[in-house]
Design a protein around this ligand. Structure first.
Ligand SMILES: N[C@@H](CCC(=O)N[C@@H](CS)C(=O)NCC(=O)O)C(=O)O
Length: 220
């Protein structure tokens, strides 16, 4: 049985969404946020204290987009991966990484200095600068979805899950009105999927069962 350690709406949502899309069996462990400080015993699972942590037998992983890729590639009949021979293989790898490295990185600074730091350490200049940074990088997603429905053409893949998580976070940050043309509609397509809706329901169920508030926690 695969095990995923998760906090509400944190980056571990990427592998959770992937598991639901692929309809694979898994155990979901929801932790209070931030686990590094509140669930000290979690450090024995992942010494970084971050989520996700993912175990599949001897395999142990802590990078959200890489776990989505692992699941997609190991279950090719699920249709979320792109074959190396496909003309979209480069897009697949590019947007799997783009979602985390280019889009989510500036969002973590917006969240940290806009919401999570104590009031006297918050910095509106950082929030403003990295909001601009995020929106300017999102231009690339706008260019793609004005040409095709998904990052890899007509096929929804793990690359859309990687980018889609950044859009979930951006919507929670109130940035949707500033999305480039086409990106709001793309996000509507992703968030209407059965796999996405099931993943939202799964995290809420597991949080309530663990006695954790299902309120959205985003990042740090
Ligand atoms: N690049 C990693 C980042 C993992 C990460 O930093 N996760 C955040 C939640 S979104 C976390 O656990 N923060 C708590 C902390 O830093 O203590 C990924 O994509 O999974």
């Amino acid at each position: 049985m695969m095990t995923l350690y998760h906090c509400m709406s944190a980056r571990s949502f990427r592998p959770l969404w992937t598991l639901e899309e692929l309809q694979l069996p898994y155990e979901l462990i929801v932790l209070p946020f931030p686990p590094r400080a509140i669930s000290r015993e979690y450090l024995a699972v992942n010494s970084l204290g971050t989520v996700p942590a993912f175990r599949d037998g001897e395999v142990f992983m802590t990078e959200s987009s890489a776990i989505s890729q692992y699941l997609a590639d190991r279950n090719p009949t699920g249709g979320l991966s792109v074959d190396k021979t496909s003309p979209h293989y480069g897009d697949y790898l590019n947007f799997l990484h783009f979602g985390e490295a280019t889009l989510t990185f500036p969002q973590t600074l917006i969240l940290r200095y806009g919401r999570f730091e104590p009031k006297d350490r918050r910095q509106s200049q950082i929030v403003e600068d990295y909001t601009k940074w995020f929106l300017s990088r999102l231009r690339r997603i706008g260019e793609v979805v004005r040409m095709r429905p998904y990052m890899c053409g007509n096929l929804f893949t793990a690359a859309d899950i990687s980018v889609g998580y950044a859009l979930l976070l951006a919507e929670n940050l109130g940035l949707r009105p500033q999305f480039p043309e086409g990106v709001g509609e793309y996000w509507d397509r992703l968030s209407a999927r059965k796999g996405f809706v099931s993943a939202i329901a799964a995290q809420e169920r597991a949080a309530i069962a663990a006695g954790i508030s299902p309120e959205l926690v985003m990042n740090a």
